[in-house]
Design a protein around this ligand. Structure first.
Ligand code: ATP
Length: 214
């Protein structure tokens, strides 16, 4: 479903899952599904980042490929939509700007920014985290190796009051690991939707080198 369709339906409780999605995987989908249910959301927007400010050191797959993989992954799930608000903009992507735009588009909806615990740990270093908390509540899923302790909870004023802890199955899957596995020639089947797996295969994404033309 497109963002405009979601608007037309007058969505009131909206979850936003921001990320690089390079590639989207089962971990993202499980978190989104649990957020949808536990927070009684109408929609989850998967919002791929254009140029993530915290990942400047590696080449990100093209916007076209990352958008296509999201589209394939969420096909047939009307509650899931892709938002291109961030990825279609020039320049670095800041969550606060993304949320502001979504807020303007859907106002007066209640927004929930959904993230993994690793992202929450870095939250205080993001651009204007206190403004983010004014626009959206935060929903966090546990993630292996990322502890949510008092230090994290008190890292931004008001965070603890605006935070929902999701009860979502722990998943070790990460895009970094998937890319590395493809590079090494290891299987990634069942770690992401079959269609996304086939897309990566067909486009030679994440391979060390493309096969020579025959
Ligand atoms: P990378 O390994 O490239 O950093 P990633 O797997 O963390 O990617 P992102 O697209 O950066 O994926 O993540 C988007 C959001 O989804 C982040 O908030 C991240 O914490 C969360 N997320 C990703 N994978 C998981 C997972 N397995 N469990 C819980 N949260 C996850």
């Amino acid at each position: 479903m497109r963002l405009s369709d979601a608007c037309a339906q007058g969505t009131q409780r909206i979850g936003v899952l921001g990320g690089t999605f390079d590639p989207i995987h089962i971990g993202h989908l499980v978190v989104a599904d649990n957020a949808l249910q536990q927070l009684a959301l109408d929609t989850i927007l998967f919002a791929p980042a254009g140029q993530p400010p915290h990942k400047p050191d590696r080449a990100i797959s093209s916007a076209t490929d990352r958008k296509a993989m999201i589209e394939i992954a969420i096909a047939g799930r009307p509650e899931f939509a892709r938002s291109d608000i961030d990825i279609d903009r020039e320049g670095p992507s800041f969550t606060v700007d993304l949320l502001r735009r979504i807020d303007e588009t859907f106002s007066p909806a209640a927004l929930f920014f959904v993230m993994g615990a690793d992202s929450l740990r870095d939250f205080s270093t993001w651009s204007r985290p206190e403004s983010i908390l004014q626009i959206a509540r935060i929903a966090v899923a546990r993630r292996p190796g990322a502890i949510i302790d008092d230090h994290v909870m008190s890292s931004v004023p008001g965070l603890a009051e605006r935070l929902h802890l999701l009860d979502s199955p722990l998943s070790h899957i990460s895009s970094t690991d998937l890319r590395a596995r493809v590079r090494r020639g290891q299987t990634i089947r069942y770690l992401l939707p079959q269609g996304v797996h086939d897309y990566i295969d067909a486009k030679y994404l994440y391979r060390a080198e493309r096969p020579a033309p025959t």
